[in-house]
Write a protein that binds this ligand. Structure first.
Ligand code: NAD
Ligand code: MG
Length: 383
């Protein structure tokens, strides 16, 4: 029996993870389940899985959680410190599935315990970069990517030497606006942006997918996870989302991982690693899919991947600035305050105005994040 903590249990990745655990109940003991504010859903999950502790990050919801779990014997807690304490209980596997840089401190607390971190929370790695990778090495933690592209690359690299890699190619669906003109993009609505053609995901990553910031963040994520150098990382648009990414070696062999567009596949790969487990996902029917197509990304209509590549090249604190500016811009777009095309414009403006020195610690990263958010918020209100 192995122990599990899910940071962000009430989200899309949290639900997919717990669906797999539900099918293998006798193999897992649940330590901590956390959520931002949905106390009712969190309490329901905590009872179902017999969690040791349930934590709401927003303390305002602690009384509701306490009431919902009264008499259950499950510990309840609230607030950022409680979230970190729960993450530090040292589960064998921690699924890091909080959205945004808000997941950074708890993810770092889990890393410090030296177990397996199944990472979905790409914003945490993008922001903390070297600081997080150094902590992983220092504490002997195992970082397993569950972002589908990185999980694919991880699988394609297994048993091979990084020194022989010619290219790593991240595939991108291109999102719901892949074929839209600039004029149409500037009038895109939040409802249109969150309607992804292939994947059912949380609102923030759905908007990131529409702007291509998701692929930009993933480029930086790959840069840290697979140290082959930025010049060996490429992006290709693949509308069907069947090939999840590829690795080409010096001899001309390209290895790819294919699968259905269902996050339970990469999550299962991390939960069972280095073994394999069953999933309820429909087998891949290539004859039914018929065609797999590929094309170059358009960085004029979608500047996000260019901005991310430049941020990765600059290194240090710059990716944290990019991430924070994007989080604020996405929230402003979802709130109807700025247009879709302002998202990347605003991120570029923040990057142009703020270039802090490289962070040496978690608290340095969080300071950069806070300052970049403040600058991005000023732009939202002045637009
Ligand atoms: P989601 O919005 O569905 O869920 C987010 C979870 O984080 C929820 O449990 C929520 O309560 C919690 N949360 C939100 N804000 C928080 C805060 N300030 N403090 C503490 N907890 C907070 O998001 P999601 O789609 O599940 O994505 C989660 C992460 O996984 C993101 O980083 C995303 O980029 C990544 N990811 C998601 C998918 C996908 O298919 N959904 C695929 C690849 C990677
Ligand atoms: Mg992905």
């Amino acid at each position: 029996m192995r122990s599990l903590t899910v940071l962000g249990a009430t989200g899309s990745i949290g639900a997919s993870t717990l669906d797999l655990i539900r099918r293998n109940r006798d193999e897992w003991r649940v330590v901590a389940l956390t959520a931002h504010s949905n106390a009712a859903e969190l309490a329901k999950l905590a009872r179902e899985f017999g969690a040791e502790v349930a934590v709401v990050a927003d303390e305002v919801h602690l009384p509701a959680l306490r009431e919902a779990l009264a008499g259950s014997g499950i510990e309840v807690a609230g607030g950022p410190a409680a979230l970190i304490e729960a993450a530090a209980r040292g589960a064998d596997v921690t699924v890091a599935a909080i959205v945004g840089c808000a997941g950074l401190a708890p993810t770092m607390a889990a890393i410090e315990q030296g177990g397996i971190i199944a990472l979905a929370n790409k914003e945490a790695l993008v922001s903390a970069g070297e600081v997080m990778m150094a902590a992983v090495a220092r504490h002997g933690a195992t970082l397993l990517p569950i972002d589908s592209e990185h999980n694919a690359i991880f699988q394609c690299l297994t048993g091979n030497d990084h020194a022989h890699v010619r290219w790593i190619t991240l595939t991108a669906s291109g999102g719901p606006f892949r074929d839209w003109s600039w004029e149409r993009l500037s009038a895109a609505t939040p409802a249109e942006a969150v309607r992804h053609p292939n994947w059912d995901m949380g609102a923030k990553i759905s908007v990131d997918s529409a702007t291509m910031f998701n692929k930009g963040l993933e480029l930086i994520e790959a840069y840290h996870l697979f140290p082959v150098g930025l010049d060996k990382l490429r992006i290709i648009v693949h509308p069907q989302s069947v090939v999840h990414s590829m690795v080409e070696y010096r001899d001309g062999s390209t290895l790819a991982q294919l699968g259905p567009s269902d996050m339970r596949v990469p999550i299962a790969s991390a939960l069972a690693w280095p073994a394999r487990m069953d999933t309820p996902c429909a087998p891949l029917d290539l004859a039914e899919i018929g065609e797999l197509t590929f094309r170059k990304p358009d960085e004029v209509r979608f500047p996000a991947t260019r901005l991310a590549r430049e941020a990765a090249q600059a290194g240090g604190a710059i990716p944290a600035v990019l991430n924070a500016a994007n989080e604020i811009a996405v929230a402003a777009f979802l709130g109807g305050q700025i247009s879709f095309t302002r998202i990347s414009a605003q991120v570029e403006d923040v990057l142009g105005s703020y270039a802090p020195p490289p962070p040496g610690s978690l608290s340095d990263v969080l300071d950069v994040d806070t300052e970049a958010r403040a600058r991005a918020r000023v732009l939202v209100t002045s637009t």
